[in-house]
Write a protein that binds this ligand. Structure first.
Ligand SMILES: [Zn+2]
Length: 139
């Protein structure tokens, strides 16, 4: 259910570690059976070691139910500082698109992607095939 997925991603977002950018993101990955794995971005003083919320959630999903069973990914993000304006729906970065494409290739299915603003009110519904056409793969 989308509202459940949104609630879990919102909760995960609040556990992000992003002291450098102040931009916190949560992601919830849903399996074909309705199981959910979550993640949030985790930055590091050594900037290049930072991990996106989607990658973090996909790692948890692999452990929980396997990448080949991923059906849907919901991403929610925005400035941690609530006095800052929200920035509209947050879409996965190029690297995360490639990571989601890996899961899609394993299952042979397209994966739905729901991109939300910080409040979860403004949403863009798309898919990995739409966000990353001609993805790099073993094929
Ligand atoms: Zn990313």
């Amino acid at each position: 259910m989308v509202s459940d997925l949104l609630a879990k991603a919102k909760e995960a977002r609040l556990r992000a570690h992003a002291p450098y950018s102040g931009f916190i993101v949560g992601a919830a990955v849903e399996s074909v059976d309705g199981e959910v794995a979550v993640g949030a971005n985790m930055e590091n003083a050594c900037y290049r070691l930072g991990v996106c919320a989607e990658q973090s959630a996909l790692t948890a999903a692999q452990q929980a139910f396997g990448l080949e069973n991923v059906a849907r990914v919901l991403v929610i993000g925005g400035p941690a500082d609530e006095s800052q304006p929200s920035v509209g729906p947050v879409t996965p970065c190029g690297g995360c698109r490639q990571a989601i494409a890996e899961a899609a290739q394993l299952s042979g299915r397209n994966i739905e992607i729901l991109c939300c603003d910080r409040e979860g009110e403004e949403t863009l519904t798309t898919s990995i095939a739409e966000l990353l056409p001609s993805a790099f793969s073993l094929d």
